[in-house]
Design a protein around this ligand. Structure first.
Ligand SMILES: [Zn+2]
Length: 163
């Protein structure tokens, strides 16, 4: 019976920050605007550039305009994007933690420019430390350093439960 309860709580307290339709619409809008700049739908508007290198620059500009939005929306769809419990303090292991109301909007670098991925903040009543409970698994680590980011993660079951 206890197992059944557990099974129905597979990802307790985690949710995406957006919905697929909303995410798709935002990416589509970003792409539409960028496409209108690259290839204006109005035939009366002259196409820009003449050389292949110009076209390369224009397409690169399109990618830079769309990629960050696509990345932000994909990140917002991650199951881990939002938690409703802070878990344990990664500094002292205490469970006396709470989520702060404010969400930070840190800017991250992506290969195509800055990306904003909102980040929840939590505070520990035992040691006063602050940490980001949702920062653990959500692509916030620099590429290739996911394993090395364990220090600040402190996810559930992170041991050290000397409360
Ligand atoms: Zn603490």
């Amino acid at each position: 019976m206890g197992f059944e309860v557990e099974a129905s709580w597979r990802r307790p307290g985690m949710a995406a920050r957006t919905t697929r339709p909303a995410a798709r619409e935002r990416v589509r809008a970003a792409f539409g605007a960028a496409l209108d700049r690259l290839i204006p739908p109005d035939e009366a508007v002259a196409l820009k550039g003449a050389l292949f290198v110009d076209f390369e620059d224009q397409v690169e500009a399109l990618v830079r305009a769309v990629a960050p939005t696509a990345l932000e929306e994909r990140a917002a769809l991650a199951e881990e994007a939002r938690v409703d419990a802070a878990g344990r303090c990664p500094h002292c292991g205490s469970g006396r933690v709470y989520l702060e109301k404010q969400v930070t909007q840190p800017e991250r670098r992506s290969p195509h420019g800055p990306v904003v991925v909102p980040q929840q903040q939590a505070r520990c009543r035992a040691c006063g430390g602050s940490f980001s409970p949702s920062g653990a698994g959500l692509g916030v680590a620099e590429r290739g350093s996911v394993d090395g980011a364990g220090g600040g993660a402190g996810g559930a079951g992170d041991g050290g439960a000397d409360v």
